[in-house]
Every structure is written in C-alpha cells, then in structure tokens.
Ligand binder design. Structure first.
Ligand code: PXG
Length: 293
C-alpha cells in the first residue's frame, strides 16, 4: 500500500490516516467513492471517474470541497508521493463529522480521502479459462430507493450478494433487478454475446454506469461489433455464446460457467478475447501522465 494517504487536506502516513467515529460516512454510509487505476505511469480515464464522482455527489446533495482540477492534482500528487506507476486509487468523499442524528446539515465539512494501493487482480490464467459465477437471490436495489447509478459508500446490497457467492465458493455474483432481469455483478458490469452481437443491460435496469463498460462499448463499435443495450433474463445468459464482466479491478474477464451451465465452449470466446486485447492496448497508451518526464 502507498505510505501516504491524503486526508483532511494533507498527506499523512497510512497508520495515522484515521477518521472520526462521528463521520457520517462511517455512521451511515453517507458519502461517495471511486475506484481508479493507473497503468505504466498514466491514470486511466481519470476525468470520467471524476465526472461520475461529481454526479454521485450531486445526487446525494454533497458538495465536494475541491474543484475537479485541484482533485486531479491531488490524485497525481498521491501517486508521485507514493512512487507508484501501476496502482489502484480509492477516492472517497464522505459527509464528514456530525452528530449522531441522520441530518446531513449537521455535517459542515465533507471529508476527501485518497488512498493508493498496489492492484490485486485475478490470476492471468482466468483471462483464458474464465470465471465460474452464479445468480444470487439478493436483488439489486431499486432505483427509486437507492439508485445503483450512485456510487455511494452504502454497498451493503452488493456485499450481501457477494456473501452469497462466497458461500458457494465463487468469486462474483450476478444480481437481478426486482423484475428478474440481469442487472450487474457486485463490482462489475456484465455483457453477453449472442451470435455476432454484444448485449449489455441498460443502466436503468439497475446498474452502475461503469467506466470500463463505456470503454468496451466504444472499443466494440470501433471493431465493427454491434452493441445492444437491452434487458435479458438469466435464461438468455445461459444460452449465450460468450459472457464477460467489466470493471476497473477486473478489466475485461470472461465468464465460462453460470449456475452450473457452461457458457459457449467453456473457454474465453473470440469476441471476448478480442476485446481483452483491445482494452489492454488502450490502457497502455491512454491516460493522464503522472510524471512529466
Ligand atoms: N458495478 C458496480 C456495482 C461497481 O461497484 C462496477 C460496476 C464497474 O465500474 P467501473 O467504472 O470500475 O468499470 C463497479 C466498480 C472491487 C471493487 O474491489 C470494485 C468496484 C468498486 C469497489 C470495489 O472489486 N467496482
């Protein structure tokens, strides 16, 4: 882990990076966050992540006490201070300290935290073999209660699904929305391939607007692969030719077994492999430079 954490407007050592027990991020999950990656000295899609952070904050009426430009600088400074080129960056904005009541008006100072870490990722062989995952019984939050578009500190919905997967010995869970349509996984978006067509659930079904999802849609379109955003049920997933997940941590990773059903030929399919390759090429050449040399 990076030694220096940005907290309360300054860089402190990680063992001194402590927040108040009265912070509503801790008491109520009242706050927002982002998970970002740096590859070879470049931060991938930093502005898209910041844009989403601002949108999440706006949705919960949280004012981020720095400009996007200043926060960009602080993220880059965190990476330089920790001498990182390849990293996972966790950006957290919490409501800040208040009293024990819910009222966010009692929290005058939102807290910005930047943690940098080495990335822990799936073993390389899984990008060939694919993951085995399952549809779990925990449904994705409905948008009228807590909209899954908001990347809030309140992740219990996802954690409950993750626990169900873990109890089955599986690394990820597929979550359905209240109507039984496939929404997303606990920390990844989901795609299937039907013949030559790439299909992913629309965001309104109940999914985060993943940055990796957007990149994969762009890459597929550039490759001449047609992409459809439409709803589908687990049966369509079982019958699909290929399936993969997208996320900042997992990148693009094949899924080859769902609920005991083998997907396609049981190994990463051709469209999945093509998109993994294109995605990796892009992360090597694009992004905000951390070091100006
Ligand atoms: N859906 C959800 C619910 C997420 O939290 C994604 C999709 C993928 O979005 P991006 O923008 O990363 O392509 C996420 C983000 C983890 C972890 O440790 C993953 C996320 C958040 C927090 C932790 O795997 N994923």
């Amino acid at each position: 882990m990076g030694e220096w954490v940005y907290l309360n407007g300054e860089f402190v050592r990680k063992n001194e990076a402590k927040i108040s027990v009265f912070d509503h991020g801790f008491l109520y999950g009242d706050g927002v966050f982002e998970g970002i990656r740096a590859y070879g000295g470049r931060v991938f899609r930093l502005q898209s992540h910041l844009q989403r952070l601002w949108e999440s904050a706006k949705a919960i009426a949280l004012k981020i006490p720095l400009s996007k430009e200043k926060l960009t600088e602080k993220v880059l400074e965190s990476l330089r201070k920790n001498k990182l080129k390849d990293a996972y960056i966790r950006l957290v904005v919490s409501r800040g300290e208040g009293d024990l009541g819910l009222d966010p008006r009692k929290c005058p100072h939102p807290q910005i935290i930047i943690i940098t870490d080495k990335i822990s990722i799936y073993p390389e062989e899984l990008y060939e073999k694919g993951l085995e995952i399952a549809v779990v019984s925990t449904r994705r939050n409905i948008p009228s209660t807590l909209n899954p578009r908001i990347k809030s500190l309140n992740y219990l919905n996802n954690i409950l699904a993750k626990i169900e997967a873990n109890l089955q010995g599986l690394p990820e869970a597929i979550m359905l929305n209240k109507d039984g349509y496939v929404a997303e996984c606990t920390g990844d978006n989901i795609f299937i391939v039907e013949g030559e067509i790439l299909v992913t659930p629309p965001i309104w079904v109940g999914a985060l607007k993943g940055i990796t999802r957007d990149v994969v849609i762009e890459l597929a379109q550039k490759e001449g692969i047609s992409v459809q955003e439409r709803t589908f049920a687990p049966a369509a997933l079982y019958a699909s030719d290929e399936c993969f997940l997208t996320g900042t941590a997992a990148e693009v990773i094949p899924v080859t077994k769902v609920d005991g059903r083998t997907i396609g030929n049981g190994i990463a399919g051709p469209i999945t492999k093509r998109l993994i390759k294109k995605f990796r090429e892009l992360t090597k050449k694009e992004g905000t430079l951390i070091y100006n040399n």
